[in-house]
Design a protein around this ligand. Structure first.
Ligand code: EPZ
Length: 417
């Protein structure tokens, strides 16, 4: 099992390019199930989750052709197998995103329930409720969701809570339904908007993406299109935190601060100087960060996917910070590992109280989930001595070429097998 060995203490500096957004690419790849014509994608990140999704779509009969370093052509014309097996889904929960498109295009789907994961139970009841409202007959048997529909019909759906992939699943299904669908309490994340933009370029009729009410006028069929995946705002935020923690000065390219207001505000509160350009963002860190409290919530509030990274920077900041996690029920597992590096963190329910210490000491730690691994990398970069991070397959799910990018910024990091 691969490990990451980090020699801490170097201030990151220089420039690095940000990859395409994992959480935009995953639903957008599933849009290939909605049309018999080829879709051409660019700026697709080469990540474990993306290759898993390509394999899943390939198993269903979608033609998958890599095109250069970040291109991909998907051809849904050969769709012949509406099944997403447990073996596939258990490694990547986002596989649930094939459910809506399969029912909408082919009238049938058999998708394994994702099951829980390290950060929470992760139910998909809202996905099911919404499809039932659109006329799908759904049963859940032997851990699989069986869905059937002659043709989905438009409906007014209000999800019980804001759900990103729930909104995406229902929006994709509604594109081919008969009539108008209104999704209320919709997720406003930029990745939802990127998916909507791709669907519209395929001939879908969608308005309101990015707001809490999305309206979709169903059409009979969608056609092929070309789409560039948006930059990954969470990868961007992660490298900004790494630069902030190490007292660095970095400029991130092929990205934008447009979708990171809440994160940029907190980094500025911590004392960082941020310069925003059209497709780049620069951060100059202060000699010592100030502790910043935060509360995660759906977009445009502070993203839960940046909570672990901010916990890491608060570990060595000046002061005490309270971090409140409101989205997932078990997303503080990085706290125990950070404590092994000398952090002072107290967990009280959905609150973490972080008391800044003047330095961390390198140690062996274990990654438990994707963003927890990122927080351990940040802590390792600033800790004295060596930090060895185990189970970094979690990292590879969401960060493309992480050791190359960090090395380019001057970090002393290497992968050990
Ligand atoms: C998406 O997960 C992201 N994944 C997650 O990123 C992200 O943390 C999350 O949104 C929140 O922003 C992708 O986009 C592929 P939710 P998703 O449905 O859609 C509850 C990462 O690190 N809920 O918005 O699965 C759920 O349990 C990953 O890149 C239900 O109860 O999250 C959670 O408490 C981690 N029933 C809350 O809603 C449902 O049917 C929000 O979940 C759906 C969700």
């Amino acid at each position: 099992m691969d490990k990451l060995l980090i020699q801490g203490g170097t201030a990151l500096s220089g420039e690095v390019a940000i990859s395409g957004a994992k959480n935009a690419a995953l639903p957008i790849l599933c849009a290939s199930l909605l049309t018999a014509e080829p879709l051409h994608f660019t700026n697709v990140p080469r990540l474990k989750d993306i290759s898993t999704m390509m394999r899943l779509l390939g198993d269903m009969g979608v033609g998958v052709t890599l095109d250069g370093i970040d291109g991909l052509v998907l051809d849904g014309g050969g769709l012949n197998n509406p099944v997403a097996s447990y073996e596939m889904v258990k490694t990547m929960r986002a596989a649930i995103l094939v459910l809506g498109p399969l029912v909408a295009r082919g009238g049938e789907a058999r998708v394994s329930l994702p099951g829980g994961c390290a950060i929470g139970a992760r139910p998909v009841d809202q996905h099911i409720k919404g499809l039932q409202a659109m006329g799908a007959e759904i049963t859940v048997e032997q851990g699989y969701v069986h869905a059937k529909a002659t043709r989905l019909r438009g409906a007014r759906i209000c999800t019980d809570m804001v759900t990103v992939t729930g909104t995406e699943n229902l929006m994709m299904a509604a594109c081919l339904a008969d009539g108008e669908t209104i999704i209320e309490n919709a997720a406003r994340e930029p990745e939802v908007v990127d998916l909507a933009n791709c669907l519209v370029s395929m001939g879908a009729r969608i308005s309101g993406a990015g707001t809490a009410v999305i309206r979709i006028q169903g059409v009979d069929q969608l056609h092929g299109a070309t789409h560039a995946i948006m930059p990954d705002r969470i990868e961007t935020g992660t490298y900004l935190c790494a630069a902030a923690a190490t007292g660095g000065d970095v400029r991130l390219l092929k990205t934008s601060a447009a979708y990171l207001d809440a994160v940029v505000d907190k980094l500025m509160d911590a004392g960082c100087e941020i310069t925003v350009e059209r497709d780049a963002i620069r951060l100059v860190a202060p000699p010592r960060l100030k502790a910043v409290s935060l509360r995660t919530a759906p977009y445009p509030a502070f993203p839960t996917d940046m909570q672990a990274q901010f916990m890491a920077i608060n570990c060595i900041a000046d002061g005490v910070a309270t971090i409140r996690e409101t989205i997932f029920e078990n997303r503080f597992m990085h706290a125990n590992e950070l404590a092994r590096l000398g952090a002072d963190i107290q967990i009280e329910g959905s609150n973490a109280i972080v008391r800044g210490v003047d330095h961390l000491e390198g140690a062996t730690v274990m990654a438990t989930d994707l963003r927890a691994s990122a927080s351990l990398v940040i802590a390792g970069l600033v800790a004295r001595g060596e930090t060895l991070i185990d189970r970094i397959y979690h990292l590879d799910r969401g960060y493309e070429h992480i050791e190359e990018k960090l090395s380019k910024l001057g970090a002393l990091v290497r992968r050990v097998h």
